[in-house]
Design a protein around this ligand. Structure first.
Ligand code: FAD
Ligand code: NAP
Length: 569
């Protein structure tokens, strides 16, 4: 992408390539990589982290587009592992904006002294398992060549920004941006005509803010999305105190919930309520705002008739907000059940289409023919603008993993193994790749949850597993083929018992031409999944093959602190 890494525009600080041996290499320094580093240090292990950006924060480093903020309440979208941290950090808004979340990530890095083991502006290009040595050999674009027993991919589910192949895309003479690679210095759209392609969560947050600034905004929509108002507001002291007075207990409860979010999830099926009761319920949830809307009834994601009641309620809201009935009609999703694409949370999204300086173009009615030097041509018209924003999403869940040349046993390539869709055991490991862990990998609840809850659960599980292996004198772990096959089958069965596969979503890989249509995240729920993972650990890791490297058996049995290995490399 021409807009590329905003951090890489700065000069690379000089450093010598790393060549050491570590207990673990961690790839990525977002919330997952940071916490994993902290936990491994706690075991006395040596770890090095490679991060493509020039700072920590991951998603919140890259996605600096106007309006970017979390869609889970800040009091919940934060780490829970350290009581001091959660008590001292003060969130200013109900839904924290991107700069505040990035500051939080930086604060965590400083508080736990994480940066000294992170090599920034460094992209991992390959990782190769050596069966004889029982080591991963990891190479980066800065010349680092390190080896480690464990390779932990904390590369993120939504970190590979994707720009679709549109004819003429390099001909555009104006500035081009991707929401997932936003420039550090920000962008001033004042006085400009701007085009935005896409109407997913990123676009829905950015569009109202860009419209406020730009002379004119043209929104190119292929598929409309359901969006619920955020009703964002400052967090008042009483609310903060309420949370902090029993933060531990609240976090504990959240871990048992379907989505890892503490909110009111009804147990009642929608059609058991009368129409009037349903309206009251939806109105109350709309007024409260946010993703909790989907918790109104127990079966909204299982029963199409139930789902229709919620979908129709939102369509009515759109009809009520958007003044031009033709524009309102275009903004109403009709071809997939509500919630089966990640529900959006907005501030003034639908209202924005009442502005004189905003035009909505329905790409279903007039598909894009090409980008031109001055804008974009559809089958029906020519649109001109000075700046173009791609809000076109990500190669989700697998993109960051398969873009590294990962080679397991006998040179098996991860990209080749996953050519028909990702295959994992618990979303944590994949057969043929010993000692390779994925944090929030495909096959785990990950993107269907409060991701920090899922990240913490995976990091804790991996860390406990590594500690257990050490105590047991083992240094190799690998998912068995049978366990992986059974998990993939279970994953599919659970997904196909819901309405989710009815949507052409990025959960299904449907946003990338040619990507296999497989439902990637695990739909069993955060609480259920957590129990399954805990039960497997408690039973001594059935479904995983554990062994030890003959050459290392003496060292491990002697319990030498692995930090010493790094020095000896
Ligand atoms: P990331 O934050 O994606 O970090 C991965 C890091 O790995 C990145 O910094 C990347 O540069 C690095 N990396 C990747 N490949 C390599 C490589 N080969 N070499 C070196 N470094 C590499 N989730 C929620 O639960 N609630 C929300 O409100 C929410 N809002 C979101 C808003 C946006 C705009 C986006 C895109 C996602 C949002 N998410 C949200 C999901 C979000 O990605 C997670 O919540 C979380 O931040 C993921 O953390 P992570 O550490 O797993 O991955
Ligand atoms: P997205 O949901 O995948 O949306 C991409 C948009 O681009 C869609 O509207 C898509 O249309 C459109 N698009 C893609 N290719 C196109 C093409 N060739 N022509 C025309 N339109 C095209 O990506 P995103 O908005 O960046 O969000 C991704 C995920 O990140 C979210 O689902 C959410 O999990 C997370 N996120 C969260 C927040 C938050 O509120 N905290 C904010 C941003 C992102 P189609 O639908 O027709 O493919």
């Amino acid at each position: 992408m021409p807009d590329t890494n905003p951090g890489a525009a700065r000069p690379l600080p000089a450093r010598s390539p790393e060549t050491g041996r570590y207990d673990a290499v961690i790839v990525g320094a977002g919330f997952a990589g940071m916490y994993q580093l902290h936990r491994l240090r706690g075991l006395g292990l040596s770890a090095i982290v490679f991060e493509a950006a020039d700072d920590v924060g991951g998603t919140w480093y890259w996605n600096r587009y106007p309006g970017a903020r979390c869609d889970i309440e800040s009091m919940q979208y934060s780490y829970s592992f350290d009581e001091g941290l959660q008590q001292e950090w003060r969130w200013a808004e109900r839904y924290a904006p991107q700069p505040e979340i990035l500051n939080y990530a930086r604060h965590v890095a400083d508080r736990f002294d994480l940066r000294r083991d992170i090599r920034f502006l460094t992209r991992v290009g390959s990782a190769r398992w050596d069966e004889a040595e029982g080591l991963w050999h990891v190479a980066t674009d800065r010349g680092d060549r390190v080896s480690a027993r464990l390779c932990i991919m904390a590369t993120g589910c939504l970190s590979t920004a994707r720009r679709p192949d549109i004819p003429g895309q390099d001909d555009f003479a104006g500035a081009t941006y991707h929401t997932g690679h936003w420039p550090h210095a920000g962008v001033d759209f004042s006085g400009l005509r701007v085009g935005v392609i896409g109407t997913g969560s990123s676009a829905i947050q950015a569009i109202p803010v860009i419209a406020d600034q730009a002379r004119h905004l043209t929104v190119f929509q292929r598929t409309p999305n359901f969006s619920i108002p955020a009703h964002n507001r400052p967090i008042d002291d009483d609310y903060e105190k309420l949370w902090k007075s029993d933060y531990r207990a609240r976090r504990e409860k959240a871990r048992t919930m379907r989505t890892g979010i503490l909110y009111d999830l009804s147990a009642v099926p929608a059609l058991e309520a009368t129409e009037e009761e349903r309206r009251r319920e939806y109105e109350a949830r709309w007024a409260n705002g946010g993703t909790a809307f989907m918790g109104a009834y127990a079966d909204l994601l299982r029963d199409k008739a139930a789902n229709d009641t919620a979908a129709e309620f939102v369509r009515e809201k759109i009809r009520g907000i958007v003044e031009d009935p033709a524009v309102a009609e275009k903004l109403m999703p009709r071809d997939y059940p509500i919630g089966t694409k990640r529900i959006c949370v907005d501030t003034d999204y639908y209202d924005t289409f009442n502005r004189d300086n905003v035009t909505l173009v329905d790409l279903r009615a007039e598909p894009i023919e090409s980008i031109t030097p001055t804008g974009l041509r559809t089958t029906a018209a020519e649109y001109e603008f000075d700046a173009l924003v791609y809000a076109t999403g990500f190669d989700a869940m697998t993109g960051a993993l398969t873009s590294v040349d990962m080679r397991g046993r006998d040179g098996l390539s991860l990209a080749a193994k996953w050519a028909e869709g990702p295959r994992t055991y618990l979303g944590l490991m994949t057969a043929g790749f010993p000692n390779l862990f994925m944090i929030t990998g495909p096959g785990s609840p990950s993107v269907l949850s409060n991701m920090i809850v899922s990240i913490e659960q995976h990091v804790d599980w991996i860390t406990d597993c590594v500690a257990w292996m050490r105590a047991a004198g083992q240094d190799r772990i690998e998912a068995t083929q049978e366990a992986e096959d059974a998990w993939v089958a279970h994953n599919n069965e659970v997904a196909h018992g819901t309405l989710y596969p009815a949507a052409a979503s990025w959960y299904m890989g449907a946003n990338i031409p040619g990507k296999p249509r497989v439902f990637m995240p695990y739909l069993g729920g955060v609480g259920v999944y957590r129990e399954k993972c805990a039960a497997i650990a408690a039973a001594g890791y059935p479904g995983f093959r554990l062994s030890h490297s003959p050459a290392e058996a003496g060292v491990k049995a002697g319990g030498v602190k692995a930090g010493a290995e790094a020095g000896a490399a």
